[in-house]
Write a protein that binds this ligand. Sequence first.
Ligand code: SF4
Length: 344
Amino acid sequence: MRTAKEIIENYSGRPLRIMEVCGTHTHEIFRCGIRKILPPQIELISGPGCPVCVTPPGYIDSAVELALKHNVLITTFGDLIRVPGSEMSLAGARSKGAQIKPVYTPLDAVELAKSEPEREVVFLAVGFETTAPSACLAVKHAKSEGIKNFSLLTSNKTMPNAYRALGSCADAFLFPGHVHTIIGSGICRELQKNGVSGVIAGFQAEELLSALAVIAVKANSGAGAFFENCYRRVACDEGNPAAVKLINSIMEPCDAEWRGLGIIPGSGLKLNSEYADFDARIKFNVPECSGRPHAGCRCGEILKGVLKPEDCPLFGKVCTPLNPVGACMVSHEGSCSAYYQYGR
Ligand code: SF4
């Protein structure tokens, strides 16, 4: 019997373009050296699965407005601080006196609000189905404790409609195991019925090798579109009903703008009417706005798998992790960051 590594190394079937939907997959595949064993027929392309990367510049502009004009304390995961907005990043706003504080969880932001009741605290809620439950728990906790100076600026996103929008841009998706730990595999089976192939993959070297080997075998079996869950030890078919129930009790679907993909109907989450008091856009009257990415940045095409980071003329010259021009170089899950760190 051949190992997964041998199947991949000796692959000689039809050319395959495989989309690493998740930025963590991109990094782990590089870090584990898996790219070095890929034959020329297997090409890996990036996808829109880095939460910081797909957050559009208009959202950063809103956060900057909240920080500078409304004088709120912005709390956020650290990655977001250096993502450029149209005029400046949150780091730039901080140099102008804005209060920006990185936190480890949204509940830390609630505790900050509780400890300083005179101060408005806004948490920047970005991410996919994996992070929405913690934002929901924070809001639920704030409501139950009567904490009124805490709110969320939401830009939460959900993957199913993004998959549908991406459609058949690749021969197969590497579906992100952590997302499907929450939402289960129903959407993958629906995509398969519509001719879109993929496998749910974990994050360790053996799991990634297995997932790629399954794609290599199935894609050449002549059986048409396929789906396989290669991360069953964590992602079961029904997902995590408790987490989904929590999200659905506090948030509702909305249209959402994705960097590079534009507005995808029904691909976002916002607080429902019961929790509208915790919606920073409503509380501070900050409407959604369309921002402007840097004119030379190609993040949009990279997030669709149309270009690779090296195709961007700024890559590694003007744009580096120390001086990022676009979101994909900022985030530790970003493709440009991965290619810079491992691929040069
Ligand atoms: S290298 Fe920098 S400027 Fe180019 S696409 Fe990536 S993040 Fe944008």
